[in-house]
Design a protein around this ligand. Structure first.
Ligand code: CO
Length: 210
């Protein structure tokens, strides 16, 4: 119970520090949110969206699941995307995966993990699509890192192909979709340079990771 109480103590300290910084901070936030970014990241506790990019509450809309997947029929993720694009009018959608992802690793292991194996099957599909390339990697670690990147690229394409983003581009709404990878070993983000926006959306077949 002590550990749970600690969370409430921490919360009080945090709320106090925020209001010391700006006495109307919560009053202003309660009125509205106008984030410019939607972050779709892994649920991993080591990859907290706001902290990594140094943004305050109200500045980034967040959806997280295991292995940062955007599945064509996942009503949860698709609803977040629709709300972010159509109501909040975010300008950037960021898919952020991370090296050392347990979900990516579990997806290629020949071992049962239970229900989650069904979810991770999507990552395994990415693996199979790029099997020839992945088998050329020098060891398991570099294979997993590469699969991490390929998985992110796949999710960027999935977002670009949703009705929400396609309709937004057709209306002329400027939204860019980006693929980033976070390294839990040094805390740094890397842009995979697989961004798709309204302008280059027809060139997506030529997408590659540098
Ligand atoms: Co992960």
């Amino acid at each position: 119970m002590k550990t749970i109480k600690k969370l409430f103590d921490n919360n009080r300290l945090w709320a106090d520090s925020m209001t010391r910084m700006n006495k109307d901070f919560f009053k202003d936030l309660a009125r509205q949110q106008s984030p410019k970014y939607l972050w779709i990241g892994c649920a991993d506790s080591r990859v907290p969206a706001n902290e990594i990019v140094g943004l305050l509450p109200g500045e980034i809309f967040v959806h997280r699941n295991v292995a940062n997947l955007v599945i064509h029929t996942d009503i949860n993720c698709l609803s977040v995307l629709q709300f972010a694009v159509e109501i909040l009018k975010v300008e950037h959608v960021i898919v952020c995966g991370h090296y050392g992802c347990g979900g990516i690793k579990a997806a290629v292991e020949d071992q049962r993990h239970g229900l989650i194996d069904n979810w991770l099957r999507h990552v395994r599909d990415v693996y199979h699509r790029h099997e020839l390339e992945l088998k050329k990697e020098k060891d398991k670690d570099s294979l997993l890192r590469r699969l991490c990147e390929l998985n992110i690229r796949e999710q960027v394409l999935n977002i670009a192909n949703t009705t929400t983003v396609q309709d937004a581009w057709r209306r002329g709404q400027g939204i860019a979709v980006h693929g980033w990878v976070y390294d839990i070993h040094d805390g740094l983000l890397r842009d995979l340079k697989v961004s798709i926006s309204r302008k280059n959306r027809f060139a997506e077949k030529s997408l590659f990771i540098t």
